[in-house]
Every structure is written in C-alpha cells, then in structure tokens.
Design a protein around this ligand. Structure first.
Ligand code: MN
Length: 205
C-alpha cells in the first residue's frame, strides 16, 4: 500500500495545528544495520507502550498495555493501531488535552530491527519473527496475530528464548519516569534497588 494511504488514518485523527506530533513524511536514510524500531511510553488516559517497526515507509504500530517483556513466558497483548510517519521514531513530547492520545510520550527504547525474508508478507500472514537491536530490547522476537475479537487486530508480542531473554519484567524493573526526566542519560539495563539487591545477594552466594 502507498505510504500516504497507509498514513491517512494517522492524519485523520490529529490536528497538526495543535499537537506537536510530526505531520510530515520525510524519506528515511535506511541504516545498513536494519530499519528503525522505537518503543514509546505513552501516558495517555491509560498508560501503555507503543511498539513501532519501520516497514515500507511507515512505522507499523502496536499499543501494548503491559509493555514488552524479555521473559519468553510472558505473551504481551499488542493491539495494532494506525501506521505512524517515520519521523515519529524521534518524537517525544506532550500531546495537548483534547487531542487524540493526549498525554506525555517518552521514547522508552530505540534501535534497529531485521527479519529474514519478506517482513510485509509475514505480517500479512499474521506471524513475524524478527531481531531487535535496541538498548533494552534485544534478540529474537515474534509477533503473532490472534483471533481475539476486537475493533483492531490483536497480536501477541513474545520474546523468543535466547541469550537476550530475561525473567522478570523490564517494563517494571527500570525507573522509567526518571529516565524520562533525564533524556539521553538512560539508565538502560540498570535495575532498580530491589532487583540490584537480589542480584548482589546471589553474587555473594
Ligand atoms: Mn499510544
């Protein structure tokens, strides 16, 4: 599908005279290491994460209520939402009250992703296996479309068991709000006190 057509729902929902979100669709300088991915933490009416993969000129997007998990046992519901423009991968800010998705948006993770074969076709079929190279999310993942009833397609985001898999919940273990206030100085992979204490106790044997 043509980029402008894929982005029509995104544009329709927003008033770009009011929201600071990007309206333009700049060409993306494609990285040799793969296309971009970004995870936003979105403090909208219900706090959630937005998972976005660059594909064929737009960011395919899913809203994940509980956020991604590095634990292969945790299958996270991911509701597919409208494609976003590529420029959204760099967006952070506050969407004004009354606008669609009103609330603060922080970048929670970013990096590149790759998939063997034709990713667009795999998504069409409802099953994508891919690799993330982010600061928090790494390794192999899969997105599987379910038959759950819903207004929008309901998927599951699942961590494949590999060296990047972790027990626990990365979405809870990291002090996200502090990271948000200190952009650029991300305490990536630095677990909060309780987790650190547990790790130190284990190290002491
Ligand atoms: Mn959102």
């Amino acid at each position: 599908m043509h980029t402008a057509k894929r982005l029509a729902p995104y544009r329709r929902k927003r008033d770009f005279a009011v929201t600071p979100e990007p309206a333009d669709v700049p060409a993306s300088p494609r990285s040799a290491r793969g296309a971009a991915f970004v995870v936003h933490l979105h403090h909208a009416r219900a706090r959630h994460f937005d998972f976005r993969l660059e594909l064929e000129g737009t960011l395919r997007s899913w809203a994940i209520p509980k956020g991604p998990s590095l634990d292969p046992a945790a299958k996270r519901l991911a509701v597919q939402v409208e494609d976003h423009p590529l420029a959204y991968a760099r967006f952070e800010g506050r969407i004004p009250a009354g606008e669609y998705g009103a609330g603060k948006v922080w970048i929670w993770d970013r990096g590149t992703w790759t998939a063997p074969g034709n990713a667009a076709q795999a998504l069409q079929k409802g099953q994508l296996r891919f690799t993330l190279r982010g600061q928090r999310l790494r390794g192999e993942w899969s997105l599987v479309r379910t038959r759950f009833a819903g207004r929008q397609p309901q998927w599951l985001l699942i961590k494949v068991a590999d060296a990047a898999a972790r027990a626990g919940d990365v979405a809870d273990d990291v002090p996200l709000s502090r990271w948000g206030k200190r952009r650029g100085a991300a305490p990536v992979g630095r677990p909060h006190k309780a987790v650190r204490a547990r790790a130190e106790a284990q190290a002491r044997g």
